[in-house]
Design a protein around this ligand. Structure first.
Ligand code: SF4
Length: 335
């Protein structure tokens, strides 16, 4: 075989990073750099990469699969223009819109999940911010869920004030605040022009100030590059996200991303593995879009995942919790 200088350079690049050495360093507490993360995206021995990520997961997180669920507590009519989102008022999509979820229905769904092994339930509202009136309406729902299921509760209410978070902490003792960075900071302005990553980080800082844990991740497959996925994983490490939901874009008809093609299996698995190298102790949470990759779910579970959002997602029908529990156990996890 004859190599030209470009292909030799390519081979040198792929040989530069030693997966085992880097894994051993991560196990001892080392923080993977951006450059190393980018090198990991180029390795040709992908199975070795996935297995190393799985070993990091096992070392720091054990074999437990952490399950949570959500209720879309306020749906649609959002002022923001996030290009992926069916709830944005800027696009014509076919979703159910409502101001506040029915209290009994929300509690019933959460309690049913708890009986199947779900540990935490989140209430999510559409919109740039949340009004104090909506918070008033959510508090009794949180209280009912806690009283009837003993689950811990989380909130995802957009850009909030520190006072609003303090109130949720004081009155219902929410555990996490969820605010996705969504994608790499360098790519976010291409996907949303009505708010910024800096505003999200401000909300996250408020949540930390009042003692909440951070759940923040985003969506892959929105046109970002592999380098930007590395940048994204590092941005999540920088904000100390304890739980990182990884959604795979499910293009929604009527949104600007409706014709986006699903990224390849290799890209998805590589991204999960790199997220694990960069965030070794986090709950890497399989979230929306995972039904599209059901045929290689077991491989993904062994590339660094240790948590999942189960049941319905915000505007799409999600997974069946009993089936999830069965699948995760079959993949070697305890629930
Ligand atoms: S992602 Fe959130 S802020 Fe953006 S359009 Fe959807 S509901 Fe609104």
């Amino acid at each position: 075989m004859i190599f030209n200088s470009a292909s030799l350079r390519e081979i040198n690049m792929t040989n530069m990073i030693n997966i085992q050495e880097l894994k051993e360093k991560v196990l001892k507490g080392y923080k993977v750099t951006f450059e190393e993360g980018v090198e990991l995206t180029k390795v040709t021995n992908k199975d070795e990469l996935y297995q190393a990520a799985d070993e990091i997961r096992l070392h720091f997180c054990g074999n437990k699969m952490d399950l949570c669920s959500i209720t879309n507590a306020k749906s649609g009519r959002c002022s923001e223009d996030c290009k992926w989102c069916s709830q944005s008022g800027h696009y014509k999509t076919n979703i159910e819109e409502y101001e506040i979820v029915d209290r009994e229905e929300a509690v019933r769904i959460a309690v049913a999940g708890a009986q199947k092994g779900v540990k935490r339930h989140g209430l999510v509202t559409s919109g740039r911010t949340v009004s104090n009136k909506t918070i008033e309406q959510l508090i009794p729902i949180f209280k009912d869920i806690k009283a009837q299921s003993k689950m811990s509760v989380c909130a995802s209410l957009g850009l909030v004030t520190e006072a609003q978070l303090q109130r949720l902490k004081d009155e219902v003792n929410i555990e996490h605040y969820h605010c996705n960075l969504e994608t790499a900071p360098s790519y976010f302005p291409s996907l949303c022009t009505t708010h910024t990553i800096a505003e999200k980080k401000q909300t996250i800082a408020y949540a930390k100030n009042v003692g909440l844990k951070i759940c923040s991740g985003g969506i892959i497959g929105m046109g970002e590059s592999m380098e930007q996925r590395v940048e994204f994983a590092i941005a999540l490490r920088d904000i100390e996200a304890q739980s990182i939901p990884i959604n795979i874009l499910s293009p929604v008809k009527g949104t600007p991303l409706e014709n986006t093609k699903l990224i390849s299996e290799e890209e998805i698995l590589t991204t999960i593995a790199i997220f694990r190298f960069i965030n070794p102790k986090a709950y890497l949470r399989f979230a929306g879009g995972r039904l599209q990759i059901k045929h290689f779910q077991d491989k993904a579970l062994h590339a660094g995942i240790n948590a999942a959002l189960t049941g319905d997602y915000l505007t799409t029908v999600g997974s069946n919790t009993e089936e999830d529990v069965r699948d995760f156990k079959a993949s070697g996890f305890e629930i």
